[in-house]
Design a binder for this molecule. Sequence first.
Ligand code: GKR
Ligand code: MG
Length: 429
Amino acid sequence: MTRDLTIAEVRLTPILVADPPLLNTQGVHQPYTPRLIVELVTADGVTGFGETYGDTKYLELARPLAERLTGRSVMDVNGLFGIDLGVDASRVEGQVDAGGLRGVQSADKLRLSVLSAFEVACLDAQGKALGLPVHALLGGKVRDSVEYSAYLFYKWARHPAGVACEQDDWGAALDPAGVVRQARLLKERHGFTSFKLKGGVFPPDEEVAAVRALAEAFPGHPLRLDPNGAWSVETSLKVAKELGDVLEYLEDPALGTAAMAEVSAGTAVPLATNMCVTTFGEIKEAFTRDAVQVVLCDHHYWGGLRNTRQLAAVCAAFGVGVSMHSNTHLGISLAAMTQVAATVPGLHHACDSHYPWQSEDVLTERLRFRDGRVAVLDAPGLGVELDRDELARLHRRWADDDGALRDRDDAAAMRVAEPGWRQPVMPRW
Ligand code: GKR
Ligand code: MG
């Protein structure tokens, strides 16, 4: 039977999702973070789902794009990427992303962060129409489950007094004992066997002590530390020396390719990044200078699942490892990450995911980590279904917000607790 894969309707639903008070070098997570849910409905009534960042700048591009998609085919993914979104580069280039820590902001990255949600929705719809999982559309899975790493954060027990928020049961983690306690909980609940600590929050010595405590509590388990570029080259090399025997890799110790190349030249500890290689244009310099040994792809800003595979191929050609970066996301994106990760042969490191921190989701059934792994679903498309009541509830939260939370700003969230807080000048240490 021939299916009509013409896009008949596009639905965009901005939502606000509960987020615990997780600390990073910019500040602290807001109590609610914006996400955008994309639905493409074909003439035959098949619906494809996608998800991406939901801040105003993404919405402003997604809305006019949505209006232009009716009448196109969900099969025409190359055509989708040819659409000019008219990004105003002067408003974007070189800006610091207030809630991102994803490297230099660029017009292209912004464009791709929007298009990727539509690409995933196209692939989901294609798979549903053809009765095939997304991984089959990408060439087929090479594994049945994808390994994820426990994403540890320094964390307050709760958001500042007086701030409307959801309660969480993770407790505080502000010292080595708290970090180990959190790691045990994540292992107990999800079975993770590798651990990444988000650093750049406390002076490096304290973070070194936390990683040492993790190494003692979990001997032989892969460990990573990611200060999001908060350290100088000198500090990075000092930490690499102190933790060299226990680190799987050090992630973005210093900011930018030049500094990363200097660190890389001075240590045998592999360096990973989701900050200095975030676009195809940044690859040449970083790889030829041997600035990084692992690239952490984020399908949102790399431009989708097909680009993720292209990135993996380039990394393989240069002998550079590849794995997945994560920023706050829900189950649609976790399903998409898992589908593409399942198709990449050279995925040698557990992927990152914030998902355990998200108590809310828009899926009828939450995805589960078992032994730290997510099963690769073989159902058509992404294999997930939308919980429309929950989607509507989270959208009402967005609609009711006066605008204060619609753009993630970790420094502004920090100022609620510490009014004098400024976005730190890098390197901090
Ligand atoms: O959510 O606080 C956070 C992270 O710091 C995030 O913003 C980063 O993009 O997780 C990310 C990373 O690995 O750098
Ligand atoms: Mg990182």
